[in-house]
Design a protein around this ligand. Sequence first.
Ligand SMILES: Nc1ncnc2c1ncn2[C@@H]1O[C@H](COP(=O)(O)OP(=O)(O)OP(=O)(O)O)[C@@H](O)[C@H]1O
Ligand SMILES: [Mg+2]
Length: 515
Amino acid sequence: MAKKDLNINSKDWIDSFFKNPDKYFEMIFEGEGIFDGGSIPKIFEEAIENQKRSRESLIPEIQKKEISPEAPPIPAKSKIKPKKPGQVLNRETFETSRILEYFSEKELRAQIGHDKNFWPVALLRELIDNSLDACENTGISPVIEVEATDKYISVADNGPGIPIDIIKKSQDYLFRISDKAYYISPTRGQMGNALKVIYAAPFVVNPEDPGYVEIGSSGQLHHISITLDRLAGEPVITDSVSEFVKNGTFVKINSSCLIDLSKSDEFYNSPPGMEELIQGYTAFNPHVTFILNGKEYPATDPGWQKWTTDSPTSIHWYNVETLSDLVAGYLVKERANGHNKKTVREFVSEFRGLSGTAKQKKVTGDYSREDLSIFEREGDIDRQALEMLLNKMKDECNEPKPGVLGIIGKEHFTNWILCQGGAEPSIKYIKKQGYDNGLPYLLEIGFAVKEDNTKNRTQITGLNWSPVIGEPPDPSLRQAIQDANIKRTDPVIFLTHISRPRFEFMDRGKTKIEL
Ligand SMILES: Nc1ncnc2c1ncn2[C@@H]1O[C@H](COP(=O)(O)OP(=O)(O)OP(=O)(O)O)[C@@H](O)[C@H]1O
Ligand SMILES: [Mg+2]
């Protein structure tokens, strides 16, 4: 189709796109080597060089002169006079609770990874991620019901229900609590942090009238509120329990002061609306039905398969450090419980491709019935011994192909783009897969020009089936988009999804990654 049929303004990049879409596409996504084996993309190297140069230009000339190693150090003149006894303060050592780390605006901004106006939508995303991670292993298509009003946001799911002990432990700010933390697997959550942040945020926004959080699961409705102990200068968490009659999990953040934060008129630093967020989820989750304030976004493929949280993880996704973390996690848990000791063989059997008895025997040899604690040495993990086990396990099973992560696919991307007003002839889809630093990755990209050229750019990046809020999370991807000169006001749709068993997030808000 010719450009004029789409009624598109003459913009340079659109011209070049229509002249040679394949080349243009390559230029954006492949030419800079974003994913080629973890090497530093050229654009990135240049950026680093420029930064170095500009830093050097700031150093005063005098500081650049070499200092002779023989030159004796010039002793500084002491100006300090000895103090008289009454002038000395004998300092007391005070203990400050770590709970405060979550209860200051600065810290919470770091935890959430966004400015305050993004908090409501960022917290809603955490709740939806939790629901999806939990629902996917129940075998039924997830149904996620979201309500977002001026006074509250809530998420209800048809999953297994958040375990009551996790609701309790999530209120302890000394420990992170997660069923995903030490497993290397492509889950949406991985930090064990989000619930804590959700309790803290309304209080940080308005300590005088913070509102409260409700969590319903397994017959119990927890009403969690925060007050200030003024003496200790410390927030106190109160959890009162009543009856809850529904199935699944229900979480509601009742806090109009928190929700008010999203009401900002800024064009460039404005958070996505709730509907935009849900649309982002529908782009990457063909198997899920979303309901937002009563409006249904039905699953397009309820039987779509992806890696789920109850799928065994592959030993090929671990290195000795990450496997040590997992073993240490088990040992600490066993120590706390005082029972349920896992044998080495049971441990091995939990990995993908190692459920057969013969393989387990071969891998574990003489120590198959020993407890996992044989890897404990002087309060640490014996990495040498564990590395031997790791290598044997790797020898006995195949490395899974990137496809096991779950391919969203051309059909779903195309349909989604069409629903968003993309012009059919301009739709492009590419899939790239491979291994990067020992981990498989799957990259899918959809691109289209919009039928209506008065519309602005729709740009959504997803990591492990969760839409990223704000800018694309990877610097090279951000740079590639910048270089391609696709502006916010350009009428294009631009979907990028990356799945990987683990992202190395550079912040606790899971908004910036290093690929
Ligand atoms: N809707 C839910 N259904 C079932 N379990 C849930 C649900 N929401 C949370 N959980 C449980 O609570 C735990 C803590 O959730 P939280 O969001 O704080 O951490 P996480 O999802 O593990 O990691 P992250 O901080 O990266 O989101 C989860 O690991 C999960 O076990
Ligand atoms: Mg979570």
